[in-house]
Design a protein around this ligand. Structure first.
Ligand SMILES: Cc1cc2nc3c(=O)[nH]c(=O)nc-3n(C[C@H](O)[C@H](O)[C@H](O)COP(=O)(O)OP(=O)(O)OC[C@H]3O[C@@H](n4cnc5c(N)ncnc54)[C@H](O)[C@@H]3O)c2cc1C
Length: 452
């Protein structure tokens, strides 16, 4: 028997990583602290416990990016997706599962695997030798989080996400918005036009503010705030917009919506009363985040309020804003393309702690990390999946495509994929999504086939 792969955390990512590595012939030890040491959200000692919703979201693999991720995980013999399929509940086009039997079944299948063992210990430090995957998720235990922080630097590990909404660039109305950096700053034309600006006159600003102040907000889960080593989710510069708005009717106009240093390219003679700025969120330029607009508004209210902004009336959102307890590292600076910590390559990271968001995305990153770690132990290499697959787009985003300075967790979405049909005529959105998934399926099948 060769070297052992150790996996810290037996959640969505850790369970999937263990399955993949063991099926490649590598012996695996999962170190899972539950039930001895719990978290505020988990209830059981089962592996792969779903902490909140029982949904793996859309199962439409032809026109939905998360459905495509399901498809790819099925192709790659994924444990999480296969067990979810076996415990499926009626939920229209979504993949909802019977949560307890699902987690019990994942646990039983792993325990029955001759190459997998599970220990009930909490790991409190980062091991300096051996092959390890850290898959401890959004509620990584405090001692291990402190050890990761010591190894990566305080700025590289966050305890809360503060997500500003992200808009598909193509859905912004550029007959209203214009490209310009404040005071035209920048060495190159690209830098001088790095932001997309949406202007508001006084009337629109006041109406926007009223709607914002009236919008319903989501509460923190019980235990969410007190479980973080940094107990306050609202650190400087990251206040939700609705909290800023409560401080005075001009607070936003002097904060993230300040109009200074910007000239409306469509109406240069009219000085905007306020401006909402959008900043590029990925190297492809397909996604833009709304600068400084982290929010706890409920999703329905959020889209209604944001679409009041001129230029965003028909905006489509790759993800909506939110603030949650969430431990995650700055993957774009810390990880290499094979998900290894650059400074300590014997350690890989997988799952939500890498800055992906959701059960499915976390399991998918576990699948990749498990395969990559096992291949390394077996003396083979595995290239990352091509960036035009869902798994490839996600791993490319977190390990390099995303903006490191503003890195926040991300769901899989078509905005992460290299654009398709850039020059062709205007295809319907549904056809375009089908073109994305057709391209991805062919590339992913080839990637799986190459691994034998
Ligand atoms: C309150 C809350 C609600 C959420 N709701 C949803 C939702 O509705 N839908 C959704 O898709 N996603 C949701 N998420 C995100 C979801 O938790 C993740 O997407 C998914 O579970 C992440 O998978 P993971 O394997 O990275 O982490 P997890 O599934 O959390 O697994 C990590 C495992 O590591 C263990 N662990 C932690 N520290 C240590 C240690 N030091 N030593 C040993 N073991 C350790 C934990 O006990 C846990 O079992 C929610 C998260 C939270 C916190």
């Amino acid at each position: 028997m060769g070297e052992t792969l150790h996996i810290i955390g037996g959640g969505m990512a850790g369970s999937e990583a263990a399955w993949q590595a063991a099926n490649m012939g590598v012996s695996v030890v999962i170190h899972e602290m539950r039930p001895k040491t719990g978290t505020f959200a988990h209830r059981t000692g089962h592996l792969a416990e779903m902490v909140c919703s029982n949904s793996f979201r859309s199962d439409d693999h032809e026109r939905n990016a998360v459905g495509l991720l399901h498809w790819e995980m099925r192709q790659a013999g994924g444990l999480i997706i296969d067990t979810a399929d076996s415990h499926r509940l009626p939920a229209g086009s979504a993949l909802a599962v019977d949560r307890d039997p699902f987690a019990e079944s994942v646990t039983a299948r792993l325990l029955a695997h001759p190459l997998v063992s599970v220990t009930g210990d909490e790991v409190t430090g980062l091991p300096s030798s051996g092959h390890w995957i850290v898959a401890t998720g959004p509620l990584t235990s405090p001692p291990l989080a402190a050890a990761i922080r010591a190894a990566t630097g305080a700025d590289a590990l966050a305890f809360f996400d503060a997500i500003a909404p992200i808009v598909y660039a193509e859905s912004v109305d550029m007959s209203v918005a214009w490209r310009q950096s404040r005071y035209d700053k920048g060495e190159t034309e690209e830098e001088r036009t790095a932001y997309v600006n949406c202007p508001l006159d006084r009337e629109r600003y006041e109406a926007f503010l009223d709607a914002l102040l009236a919008a319903e907000t989501a509460a923190f889960h019980s235990g969410e705030e007190s479980s973080a080593p940094d107990a306050t989710p609202y650190f400087d510069g990251c206040l939700p917009i609705e909290v800023m708005a409560e401080r005075g009717r001009d607070t936003l106009r002097f904060g993230p919506m300040k109009p200074v240093g910007l000239t409306n390219a469509h109406r240069p003679e009219t000085k905007p009363y306020a401006v909402v700025q959008l900043r590029r969120d990925n190297a492809l330029g397909t996604l833009y985040n709304i600068v400084g607009f982290q929010t706890k508004m409920k999703y329905g209210a959020q889209t209604d309020v944001l679409r009041m902004i001129p230029g965003l009336e028909a905006a489509r959102f790759a993800r909506l804003g939110g603030m949650h307890r969430n431990t995650f590292i700055n993957s774009p600076t810390l990880l290499d393309g094979a998900m290894r910590l650059k400074a300590r390559p014997n350690i890989r990271f997988a799952g939500q702690i890498t800055g992906v968001e959701g059960y499915v995305e976390s399991a998918a990153m576990g699948l990749l990390a498990g395969r990559m770690a096992a291949a390394e132990i077996l003396g083979r290499g595995i290239p990352p999946p091509p960036p035009d697959t869902a798994m490839g787009a996600l791993v490319t985003h977190i390990t390099g495509g995303a903006e490191a300075k503003t890195f926040q967790p991300m769901n899989v979405n078509f905005g992460l994929f290299p654009p398709i049909d850039a020059k062709g005529g205007r295809r319907g959105r549904k056809d375009r999504y089908k073109a994305y998934t057709d391209r991805a399926k062919s590339a992913f099948s080839q990637w799986v086939a190459e691994q034998g």
